[in-house]
Ligand binder design. Sequence first.
Ligand code: HRO
Length: 307
Amino acid sequence: MADISVKIAGIELGSCIFNAAGPKDVTLKELEAIGASRSAAIAMKSCTKEPREGNEEPRYCALESGSINSMGLPNLGYKEYMKFPALLKSFGKPVIASVSGLCLEDNIQMLKAFSDSEVSAIELNLSCPNIKGKPQIGYDFVQMDEVLKEALKISKKPAGVKLPPYFDFVHFEEAAGILKRRKPAFISCINSIGNALVIDAEKEATVIRPKGGFGGLGGKYIKYTALANVRKFYELIDIPIIGVGGVSSGRDAFEFILAGASAVQIGTAFMEEGPSVFARVQDELASFMARKGYSRLDDFRGKLKVI
Ligand code: HRO
């Protein structure tokens, strides 16, 4: 059987596949279900300083080949998530906090707190598209540089950054320049493609309610954009990359690793299929690698050929 374990930022992962921050990871019960599955880690919902109800319902809709969401950061507040690693210890896997403060001070305060907690790593989410009146920090390079400068130096735990999708080579280079300077422990790319609009022609209406129906697009629709982001950053910077966006099979995971990802997260497919998705995708990846004659991820990571 192929070995699909990996070490990222000093953290040993039994496999390279785990859940993306976001779906089904708000409550302790949901996190326990991830712990009991074959997800290699337990990523927790992005949190804010205070608990949040999130946006009005309906705020998630499964689509033919993906999903649209405008959850609006519903979460229990960071103090609850600080307690969870101890309660999830029996699963014996890394617990990852995701921090999405509504201002720089909140991000700093939460990073400080998680840094002294039992989490294994922290993902700083600079790319939530669904907060009314709050632009995605990952698209404002001045602010992104400032946040990373102040926030990353605080954390004693490996701290990475969740990026929005970029679409222009100039933007990739600008973002890469900041990342080279601020040196996060890893990057996760990509978040959902923000502010898509899905329309139900029969009802002549949007499929979600918040923000006039605009929301983050996820799933298969965004796989090629996600692969492009992983590849571009792999070419530009020497920081471990966690690929996320449209992974629903072992073959998808293989493509992300071939593009340069060190690990792969699953969002929409986990939301739709439930925790068994992790075992299925891992087994498919291992079989696909065996068929190709690869015994470990390093045999093909980043080795994409351009025809
Ligand atoms: O909660 C959300 O609406 C949400 C977040 Cl924080 C995020 O980072 N990405 C997303 O698609 N939705």
